[in-house]
Design a protein around this ligand. Structure first.
Ligand code: SF4
Ligand code: SF4
Length: 134
């Protein structure tokens, strides 16, 4: 079994389509919705898949065939190491403890596998080192 986290982007015309429901049913996947947002520009769904690599690959193809844009969550939030001053602000705001302090070097380590793309560190980072992919 594999586990993969993605951000799905739905255009306004797709919001009311049962795309996610069909995906779960047709590909026998388990999903965990980490975050969901809908606004005038469409919907964004942060989702963790549980299933075999082949199941997940088929589900992703189904989504793209239905015009859902997909971004791997690990690609979605970035840390620009050149800008980071290791100030530690992100450590205190992150709700899922995605940052840790390396006690040897006092550098701030970003663990993207934990990130749920809440955006709090992006707002809190003084030099703008944390960024959204797009
Ligand atoms: S808040 Fe920004 S500059 Fe400070 S440690 Fe975190 S990523 Fe680096
Ligand atoms: S976007 Fe949110 S969850 Fe991700 S590292 Fe920043 S504060 Fe943590």
């Amino acid at each position: 079994m594999g586990s993969n986290r993605y951000m799905l982007f739905f255009t306004p015309d797709l919001i009311n389509e049962p795309i996610t429901y069909r995906m779960v049913k047709d590909f026998d996947l388990m999903i965990n919705i980490l975050r969901a947002e809908i606004d005038d520009t469409g919907g964004r769904l942060m989702i963790a898949f549980e299933g075999s690599p082949q199941q997940i690959k088929s589900a992703l193809k189904y989504l793209t065939d239905n015009k859902v844009q997909i971004k791997e969550l690990n690609e979605y939030v970035h840390k620009d190491a050149d800008r980071c001053t290791d100030c530690g602000m992100c450590v205190s705001v992150c709700p899922v403890s995605a940052f840790v302090v390396d006690r040897g070097t006092w550098k701030i380590i970003f663990n993207s596998d934990k990130c749920i793309a809440c955006g709090m560190c992006i707002d809190a980072c003084p030099p703008g080192a944390m960024k959204l992919g797009q």
